[in-house]
Design a protein around this ligand. Sequence first.
Ligand code: URA
Length: 231
Amino acid sequence: MQPLRRIDQILASLGYGSRREVRKFVADGRVTVAGVVQDDPGGKAEPASVQLDDAPLEFPEGIFVILHKPAGCVCSRDLREGRRIYDLLPPRWLQRGPAVTSIGRLDRDTTGVLLVTDNHALVHRLTSPRHHVDKVYQATLDRAPEPRLVDELASGTLRLAGEDKPCAAAQLVLRGGAEVEITVHEGRFHQVKRMFAHFGYEVCRLHRSRLGDYTLGDLSAGQWRALVPPG
Ligand code: URA
């Protein structure tokens, strides 16, 4: 059972309107708790038991979803950056508090697994280097890599330009031609592209196929599905 909270606070924090607007919903008899019409916006309820216009509230216990990020959209919220991942999600989510955010970021041209949540403890858990969450990428380079890269990347000695601390060991699988799979355990800025740039290769296509235990399954680009948060 979730803690009891004020009805107006529940509706406003889940993005249904300002405090003033959601109080009006209550005054208009549109809000029920366990099926009973409410007249006090300050009354306490469990979020999952509240309904507006006879419909349950969206994700009353928090958001945790996997999105198949398409190329061409950014993980930022800034409208000036063009199409955003948030434009692929229900608009109400941008009105929620705590804020909905991606767990780490992918570059505009990178596709694949992106987790989105309003649970900031989970963000920390899945992005902190201490928790060693694997990130698996499929990449196409500008040419076939030299086999020595496998050992170089596994050595844990690679220093990215402008950084003192070497990258943790990464596992590289040569897939034939310019195709590779690389598993990294950190989330540094442009990490995969910079790792290959260090050896003089350009990443022409980058797709994240797994983050921790999470894979896309049959999600097509631009689609998302709800996940059960880890216990
Ligand atoms: N590494 C990159 O260089 N870019 C991404 O989007 C993800 C990992």
